[in-house]
Design a protein around this ligand. Structure first.
Ligand code: GDP
Length: 493
């Protein structure tokens, strides 16, 4: 995955390691513009110092698409004449007479945890690029202050005075589709000027046909979409004929979509960057290898801590990620005393405590020293709590700086870490699904997040169990068989 294996930020002076990477790495090989004010977002200028040089280079086409998008955002984003005119039109007209607006928008509306939010924002940004819409986000107090502004001289925040903080007054996608079915000759005047699209899993889970050309043809002329989503729906976008051509040109390597979009959009704010870099320099920088271990327990009622610890140990020891303990000796006679650091991310303190105690109480057979560090243990997922989300963001980012990553199946928290790190994680199986002699973990095929609730129907309404047979770069997710994920050519060999 990486070109070179060098110790990163071994000194506390960031500038001293600049020689390892260069200006090209700094700006993600041209994906990022250099004109931002450094003090307002230090991570944008320093994050390359904490990552190894990546093979994944953005294509020239992606760079040109992003530059065009930035131009659109500058022209149509908040506080511009075009924004004021377009929004006034959208607000005041019930239907869409077609030529009253100069700009089109997509407003991303959050739901569920931070991992879900980040992966769905990345997907919505790609959709915005593909449809020439301006992306605006509805950040509540819980996630404001986590990220820097991504677009130069503009903002992606939906202005506080916008009527589109609520959607109760606008048409929903379901009723829109329903109307569409009952009317054969649709004209532009039939289209609303704003539409609320609910793109997340629900118990009823009706097919929404978002992945179909005919739906996108209808949505194209609606000036404002509000998308409430927690999903990484990029695989759906790749099923749409015109988008597929563009995605292929933008991302010749199909497993780097989140990697590039994530590095473009999600720069830790100065507050988050301070937490990340202090932790990194204090506990991780000196290790020869950094191992990220994310333990997400989805069913604490039916899973014991011991079951999870057993899974973790069996996965890490069997795959030689961590050394076995030397239970015969109290001292190591090996000359190898290299330090490996394990970063544990979990809501529960016991996992970090147990692992740390294990490697402090006994030597390892290899002689390696294993430092175990867990930044937080929040005990439960909390909502509307800014510091809680800040910790979650810090940990996802720190995990993404690992050399080897172990994550929990089905967790979008882990997906963000693997996606930003460009890492193929070892996926721990869900304990209740483990069969007696089956492996405790399996390495993933790609660093792309899994789209959990992928479509179940073809566009003609016929059921389709899995789309992998029709779309070569889409495979069933290893950690959730209803899901689909994008993989590179090499994963298909
Ligand atoms: P998912 O539910 O695993 O798909 O991940 P999400 O990030 O969408 O939602 C889980 C939320 O629970 C996180 O955003 C955090 O708020 C919290 N959480 C879960 N695991 C951890 C953890 O290891 N560390 C921290 N700090 N928070 C966690």
């Amino acid at each position: 995955m990486w070109y070179i294996n060098v110790p990163l930020v071994s000194s506390t002076n960031e500038e001293s390691v600049i020689s390892i990477s260069n200006e090209k790495d700094k700006f993600h090989d041209g994906l990022l513009v250099s004109e931002f004010d450094e003090a307002s977002c230090i991570s944008r200028f320093q994050s390359h110092l904490y990552r190894k040089v990546s093979h994944h280079k953005p294509s020239r086409y992606l760079i040109s698409k992003v530059r065009n998008y930035e131009e659109l955002h500058r022209r149509c984003g908040p506080n511009t004449i075009a924004y004021n005119k377009s929004m006034a039109y959208i607000e005041n007209s019930k239907s869409n007479n077609g030529d009253g607006t100069m700009c089109k928008y997509i407003v991303w509306s959050p739901t569920n945890g931070l991992g879900n939010r980040i992966i769905s924002m990345a997907a919505t940004f790609l959709y915005a690029i593909l449809t020439n819409r301006v992306l605006l986000v509805r950040f509540g107090k819980d996630i404001s202050g986590l990220f820097c502004e991504p677009f130069l001289n503009s903002t992606w925040m939906l202005p506080n005075n916008s009527p589109f903080w609520k959607q109760d007054h606008i048409e929903t996608y379901d009723s829109f589709l329903e109307k569409g079915r009952s009317k054969t000759n649709k004209t532009k005047e039939d289209l609303p000027s704003a539409l609320f699209l609910y793109h997340q899993y629900t118990k009823e889970d009706p097919e929404n046909f978002f992945h179909c050309d005919h739906t996108q043809d209808l949505l194209r002329d609606i000036p404002l979409l509000i998308m409430q989503t927690d999903q990484y729906f990029v695989p759906s976008l790749s099923m749409i004929t015109s988008f597929n051509l563009e995605i292929n040109k933008m991302f010749p390597e199909k497993d780097t979509i989140f990697y590039h979009l994530g590095h473009y959009l999600f720069h830790p704010s100065n507050a988050a960057w301070g937490l990340i870099t202090r932790f990194y320099k204090t506990y991780l920088a000196k290790a020869v290898e950094r191992i990220g271990l994310q333990i997400r327990v989805f069913d604490p009622q039916v899973t014991t801590q011991k079951e999870i610890m057993d899974l973790v140990l069996s996965c890490t020891i069997k795959n030689k990620i961590l050394p076995k303990l030397d239970t015969q000796n109290s001292l190591s006679y090996s000359k190898n005393h290299t330090l490996k650091a394990v970063l544990v991310a979990s809501l529960y303190p016991e996992y970090g405590q147990n692992l740390r105690a294990m490697y402090l109480n006994k030597p390892s057979v290899s002689g390696e020293l294993i430092g175990v560090y867990q930044p937080s243990h929040e005990k439960q997922q909390k909502f509307h709590d800014n510091m809680h989300d800040m910790k979650a963001w810090t940990e996802m980012y720190l995990l993404s700086l690992s050399d080897v990553l172990i994550t929990s199946s089905f967790s979008t928290f882990g997906y963000v870490a693997q996606g930003l790190g460009g890492l193929k994680p070892w996926l721990l199986v869900r304990p209740h699904m483990k069969k007696p002699n089956s492996p405790s973990c399996e390495q993933d095929l790609s660093s792309e997040p899994c789209f959990h609730f992928a479509p179940m129907h073809q566009c003609n309404g016929m059921p389709q169990k899995h789309f992998a047979s029709s779309f070569p770069h889409l495979l069933q997710c290893k950690d959730f068989n209803r899901g689909l994920k994008l993989v590179s050519d090499s994963a298909l060999l």
